[in-house]
Design a protein around this ligand. Structure first.
Ligand SMILES: Nc1ncnc2c1ncn2[C@@H]1O[C@H](COP(=O)(O)OP(=O)(O)OP(=O)(O)O)[C@@H](O)[C@H]1O
Ligand SMILES: [Mg+2]
Length: 247
């Protein structure tokens, strides 16, 4: 099972939006795909029209109490399941910190899931927390959406610094720009400069678009409700490039 974590220290940059669309595209290709909503805000669960509730809470899930399978929900899209958020996720950092072996926090759950899924997408909460540290340990790919502004780049640089000291060998960091408006001089300058100088950044970008914003009303991935749109094409191109890079 390949683990893609949609992550950024910063909030509101498109982690949930991108996780939902890329997981949808993965499932559409026939890969058995699970998206795990790790954010107590429950954005992914909302987009997938699933109640944010896990029996036994996040702690019970990680401790292997009860059956993980009971918490899984079908999304209505072929090959795409959801492990919903739960309000108890707000305490996840403390719970991981208090575990005897925090570095094995996700082990039991992942072992169970690996039997049934090819791709797991983690929709992560913002912040550089205990939970994030464990996510860096388990993920194969860290998808990092950034809005092209100076503060976003600053947060990204802090992440890179942190990872240079704490990174697992298998983790592949793949940053890309989201919510791009090339009519704005600052967006244009940041996107063009950064992509030219830092080949780690994906070539494909996701535009700032009201079609993408409409996911909140449609409660569905843009790649589903507006398949033929330029925005869906942008996500498909991003996913293709990502798969190529992730190997
Ligand atoms: N490309 C885009 N164009 C227009 N709006 C977008 C785009 N990407 C995300 N948004 C909007 O920006 C807001 C934040 O997006 P999203 O929830 O995906 O970010 P997030 O990083 O998951 O936030 P949080 O840190 O709160 O979890 C949402 O209202 C979403 O609809
Ligand atoms: Mg989110």
């Amino acid at each position: 099972m390949k683990i893609f974590a949609s992550y950024n220290i910063k909030g509101g940059v498109g982690k949930t939006t991108c996780a939902v669309n890329l997981a949808y595209l993965s499932a559409q290709e026939g890969a058995r795909t699970l998206i795990w909503d790790l954010d107590p805000q429950g954005g992914t669960s909302y987009y997938m029209c699933v109640k944010p509730k896990v029996e036994g809470g996040a702690k019970g899930l990680l401790e292997g109490k009860g059956d993980v399978g009971q918490s899984l929900r079908m999304t209505g899209y072929p090959n795409l399941d959801l492990l919903p958020a739960d309000i108890s996720l707000r305490m996840l950092d403390v719970e991981i910190h208090d575990m005897k072996k925090p570095d094995h926090a996700f082990e039991k759950t992942l072992k169970h899931l690996a039997k049934d899924y090819d791709n797991l997408f983690l929709d992560c909460p913002p912040n550089l927390s205990q939970t994030a540290e464990q996510i860096f340990r388990i993920a194969d790919v860290l998808l990092v959406p950034l809005i092209p502004t100076t503060l976003s780049l600053r947060a990204y640089n802090r992440l890179v610094e942190f990872l240079s000291a704490n990174r697992s060998k298998k983790l592949r960091v793949i940053p890309f720009f989201n919510q791009v408006n090339m009519d704005k001089p600052i967006h244009r300058a940041v996107v063009n400069n950064v992509r030219e100088k830092h080949s780690i950044f994906m070539k494909n970008i996701i535009p700032d678009s009201s079609v993408i914003e409409a996911m909140g009303v449609k409660r569905s991935p843009v790649c589903s409700f507006a398949k033929e749109s330029d925005e869906a094409k942008a996500f498909r191109a991003l996913w293709s490039e990502m798969k190529e890079r992730a190997g």
